[in-house]
Ligand binder design. Structure first.
Ligand code: SF4
Ligand code: SF4
Length: 248
């Protein structure tokens, strides 16, 4: 965790506080209508500290100079933002003002990541893999292509004409997957291939840019997020694919 001062946090927030965010921060009536919509609140015996609106409190505290962002404060913020909200946005549907605590939590997570360097270790490892390998499972291009090949070979008896076209030019669909599929669930890729072939679809899977998860968004690491999206769309452009389809 980096040592930070309040001004650094304010400087990060100011350009990102659009009219909508500013309004939400100002108008919350603390009515707690949103309380019962939150599964964290319900699962913690209606603990008042789990009421959705309370999870956005750091913004006001920092902007109004009520916070001293020492290690204990940042740690509390980290625990609240990552272990008391999963940004499902359900509470926003019930707030009479439409205040979206999920988005406010997202903004605060981005502040923590970008200013204090704080995010969960698992997320950090995934981001490092994205940066180095272009996918969260650290698969090399060789691993990936090899997996596609043996995946199809396994089905040879039942589907002798089945194939996965890799890097085919001008296909209608470029199909991308969650990196957990080649790593842990290659049967998902097999099933997709069976369906595409049965439908006689004009499809391909790219050699690079095939990862369609973007977990870096969860901590506001937009540099990595942008790179991942660019990897996919650069390859789609190169192959002249008409559509990009994602798994799930
Ligand atoms: S977020 Fe909306 S529902 Fe929740 S306390 Fe504030 S005004 Fe009330
Ligand atoms: S967005 Fe967060 S605070 Fe709102 S209901 Fe979902 S988990 Fe609860």
């Amino acid at each position: 965790m980096k040592h930070v001062n309040r001004q650094e946090l304010v400087d990060f927030l100011k350009p990102r506080l659009n009219a909508r965010f500013q309004t939400w921060i100002e108008i919350c009536a603390h009515c707690a209508i949103c309380a019962d919509t939150c599964h964290f609140y319900l699962a913690h015996d209606r603990n008042p500290s789990m009421i959705p609106a309370h999870k956005a409190r750091f913004l006001n505290e920092i902007l109004k100079g009520k916070a001293v962002p020492d290690e204990a404060y940042l740690k509390k913020m980290y625990e609240t933002l990552y272990y008391e909200c999963n940004m499902c946005r359900r509470c926003a549907l019930y707030c009479p003002f439409g205040i979206d605590v999920g988005l406010l939590v997202s903004l605060q997570r981005a502040m923590l990541h970008n200013v204090a360097g704080l995010r969960p270790a698992g997320l950090e490892a995934a981001i490092e893999n994205y940066r180095q390998f272009g996918n969260q499972m650290a698969l090399t291009e060789e691993d990936w292509v090899d997996t596609l090949e043996w995946t199809i070979e396994e089905l040879e008896d039942d589907y002798p004409t089945l194939e996965i076209p890799i890097d085919k030019q001008n296909a209608k669909i470029m199909y991308t997957v969650n990196a957990r599929e080649p790593k842990f669930y290659p049967q998902d890729i097999q099933e997709a291939a069976i369906i595409f072939n049965a439908a006689q679809e004009d499809w391909t899977m790219p050699r690079v840019g095939w990862e369609d998860t973007n977990l870096s968004m969860f901590c506001g690491d937009l540099t990595t997020s942008k790179k991942l999206v660019e990897n996919t769309f650069r390859q789609a452009d190169k192959l002249n694919a008409k559509q990009v389809a994602i798994t799930e």
